[in-house]
Design a binder for this molecule. Structure first.
Ligand SMILES: Cc1cc2nc3c(=O)[nH]c(=O)nc-3n(C[C@H](O)[C@H](O)[C@H](O)COP(=O)(O)O)c2cc1C
Length: 359
């Protein structure tokens, strides 16, 4: 087995083991609707040979956007604007995936390349929601509203509806974004969830929301199409009660029971005090390896995988089922085609005819 061995989950075959990691483009016009940027950006990544091309975090409701320029998937216009993207991705032979997200208390911030940073204070911003009214630590944070029972039920419904719309748009895979200190992670981490109701307290209470969201997405997602969940494997806060890799192994099994087919294993983002022990090449692969072997749940590894040999090693040594690359795909949208050249596997890729003379 190598990087170019197809992967089949449920009835869906991915042509190889490279996945484009979700990457916010902050390029919508305040309405959450995909633009030409999304078609060209995601389209080139599909042309570049990746097995799975995943969109950036797509917010399941307006309050769930990280910034006012985020992609949305809460109405039919959003689905219609994304349909040409999935169509082109399919024409290129790739599997199309969408990340369904809610930014929780980290919502309503300026996009990274804006003139200002931090919370949006003008009329384009809003009051974020979270498990409690405690804001993400910042010099001048937004007020945060704690979700009540009705608010939680609405969030679950919004994820379900977003999955239905994603299906209409033509996506093959729905990924529930449960990482990076956003809403679902805020609920399962004891650092941010101090609720005393059914959605807080012990492991079962804190993980209830992500389990119910995953089950709701699975309910409307066809049996032959996979559901992924992205988790932060650890909060990287060893000095306080926090989320650990052991918890992630346990949750991966519970999420598989709720209908997830693969866990995309990321890390951190819950608190600015996090201490990442090392950020060198493949720094999060050991977490994906634990999910695959200890939880016995298919996993994807992400984090500073940047070379064909490195990506291939993750698969060959069965550390994970997918090699997931973010920044390297910005550097080289044709990463997979170049990897095939370097690993002597041109037999396993289709260079588009129009680009044939370049390879
Ligand atoms: C520009 C950019 C935007 C990102 N947006 C998202 C996102 O929408 N959802 C997500 O789960 N992670 C997001 N991430 C994190 C990446 O998916 C990935 O986990 C991280 O960059 C580590 O992988 P890498 O070392 O291959 O870049 C983003 C990263 C970058 C660089």
């Amino acid at each position: 087995m190598d990087l170019f061995t197809p992967l089949t989950l449920r009835g869906t075959e991915m042509r190889n083991r490279v996945m484009v990691s979700p990457m916010c483009q902050y390029s919508c016009d305040l309405d959450g609707q995909a633009t030409d940027w999304h078609l060209v950006h995601l389209g080139s990544l599909a042309r570049g040979g990746a097995g799975i091309v995943m969109t950036e975090a797509a917010a399941v409701n307006p309050e769930g956007r990280i910034s006012p320029h985020d992609l949305g998937i809460w109405n039919r216009e959003h689905a219609e604007a994304l349909a040409p993207v999935t169509e082109f991705v399919h024409e290129q032979g790739a599997t199309s995936a969408i990340q369904l997200a809610h930014a929780g208390r980290k919502a309503s911030t300026h996009r990274p390349f804006a003139d200002e940073s931090g919370p949006v204070r003008d009329e384009t911003g809003w009051t974020p929601v979270g498990p409690t009214d405690e804001p993400y630590p910042h010099d001048d944070p937004h007020d945060v509203e704690a979700l009540d029972q009705g608010g939680i039920e609405q969030v679950i419904e919004d994820f379900r509806r977003a999955a239905e719309l994603s299906l209409e748009a033509g996506f093959d895979i729905a990924e529930v974004h449960g990482a990076h200190g956003y809403l679902l992670h805020e609920f399962y981490s004891p650092v941010t969830n101090t609720r005393e109701d059914d959605y807080g307290g012990d492991y079962d209470g804190r993980t209830r929301l992500i389990r119910e969201v995953t089950a709701a997405v699975r309910e409307v997602w066809p049996d032959d199409k996979p559901v992924f969940v992205r988790l932060s494997a650890t909060d990287w806060l060893p000095d306080r009660e926090s989320w650990t890799v052991d918890d992630t192994v346990r949750l991966s099994q519970d999420l598989e029971e709720a209908g997830a087919d693969l866990v995309d294993v990321s890390g951190g983002g819950i608190h600015p005090d996090q201490q990442v022990p090392q950020t060198g090449a493949h720094y999060q692969v050991p977490y994906a390896e634990r999910v695959k072997h200890e939880a016995d749940v298919p996993s994807g590894a992400v984090g500073k995988i940047t070379t064909p040999q490195g990506a291939d090693e993750v698969i060959r040594n069965e550390r994970a089922d997918l090699a997931i690359l973010a920044r390297e795909h910005l550097n080289d949208p044709h990463f997979t085609l170049h990897a095939a050249e370097e690993l002597d596997r041109m037999d396993a890729v289709d260079v588009p005819d129009q680009y044939g003379r370049g390879f």
